[in-house]
Design a protein around this ligand. Structure first.
Ligand code: CP
Ligand code: NVA
Length: 328
């Protein structure tokens, strides 16, 4: 039984999406049908692992997946490495600093060499263009594991978590407070594609690009959702089911640390701000978090925080993705 058969069974025999051989560079390329295929399988894999402690079908048996990192990682690296192994595959972790990249080996050659050994490349890079170029030269699926513009794997795990907590098909609103960075961009794309309302509060200079807003407004309109960008956190969190934030200084932006701290003053998610959301609103963060900056210690450690559920779901969502893109 293939990963798709599992979904067919879960969906009562309805074939949902064929993602075999595809890249995941940004979620713009994925339809609402593709997205629900991934989340459906992630739910099934999570339940199966909890019940049996292992998977009945090891969809990556005999396959190798290269996990290529140009930046630091805890969650992405460990969840992909363990996820590939749980599906019967072999993960190969590479840090670019230990390759010939800094000595001038071109990305085109790296992509072609890896394509001769492995069945997929999961890559975290500084520049989105470098991930696109890797995909252009590789003959195997390439998955974006974070760049300056996107973090699609995080967004998939977040959507799975949102559905777990609130169910599917209900009117749901997510408020994102802070920097309109890679996390915010992927969330905007994914949530708008499944009709979830999203409101962002960002200071001037850190709001999403107008072109991205226009695109996600189009997705939201088609799916019955909405996208709103405001200045004040208190306006974004009104009626929100989820309040989400991320670091003010992303990897690679360390030189801007001082000006960013100043710009984001007043954007910390504390108990007072959580009270302005729905009374049962939940707190989300992709992690790592900086307590006392974008979130107060008592919110992230409080009963409404679901940050570790998000982190866990990275494992399940990515295994579903790998099964559908690379698996048998
Ligand atoms: N959230 C996330 O991607 O964490 P890592 O940087 O630790 O992988
Ligand atoms: N915006 C953060 C996300 C880390 C997972 C960064 O890019 O550093």
């Amino acid at each position: 039984m293939s990963a798709l058969d599992i979904i067919e069974r879960a969906g009562g025999g309805k074939r949902m999406a064929d993602l075999k051989g595809r890249d995941l560079l940004t979620l713009h390329d994925y339809s609402p049908k593709d997205i629900s295929a991934i989340i459906d399988l992630a739910d099934k894999l999570k339940a199966e692992l909890a019940e049996r402690g292992s998977h009945m079908r090891r969809t990556l048996e005999g396959k190798s997946v290269v996990l290529y990192f140009e930046k630091q990682s805890l969650r992405t690296r460990v969840s992909f490495e363990i996820g590939v192994a749980q599906l019967g595959g072999q993960p190969v972790v590479i840090y670019s600093g230990n390759t010939h990249a800094d000595r001038g080996e071109p990305r085109q050659d790296t992509a072609r060499v890896l394509s001769r050994y492995a069945h997929g490349i999961v890559i975290r890079a500084y520049k989105h263009e470098d991930i696109v170029q890797t995909a252009e030269w590789a003959d195997i699926p390439v998955i974006n594991a974070l760049c300056e513009r996107a973090h699609p794997c995080q967004a998939l795990a977040d959507l799975m978590t949102i559905y777990e907590k609130r169910g599917r098909g209900k009117k749901t609103k997510v408020a994102y407070i802070g920097d309109a960075n890679n996390i915010a961009a992927s969330l905007m794309i994914l949530l708008s594609k499944v009709g979830i309302d999203i409101a962002l509060a960002c200071p001037d200079g850190y709001k999403p690009e107008p072109a991205l807003i226009a695109k996600v407004e189009g997705y939201a309109e088609a799916e019955g959702g909405s996208v709103e960008v405001v200045d004040r956190p208190v306006d974004a969190v009104k009626d929100a089911d989820f309040v989400y934030t991320d670091v003010w200084v992303s990897m690679g932006m360390e030189e801007e640390e001082r000006e960013r701290r100043e710009a984001f003053e007043g954007y910390c998610i504390n108990n007072k701000l959580m009270k302005a959301a729905k009374s049962d609103a939940l707190f989300m963060h992709d992690l790592p978090a900086h307590r006392g900056e974008e979130v107060s210690d008592n919110v992230i450690e409080g009963p409404r925080s679901i940050v570790f559920d998000q982190a866990e779901n990275r494992l399940h969502a990515q295994k579903a993705l790998l099964s559908l893109l690379i698996g048998d």
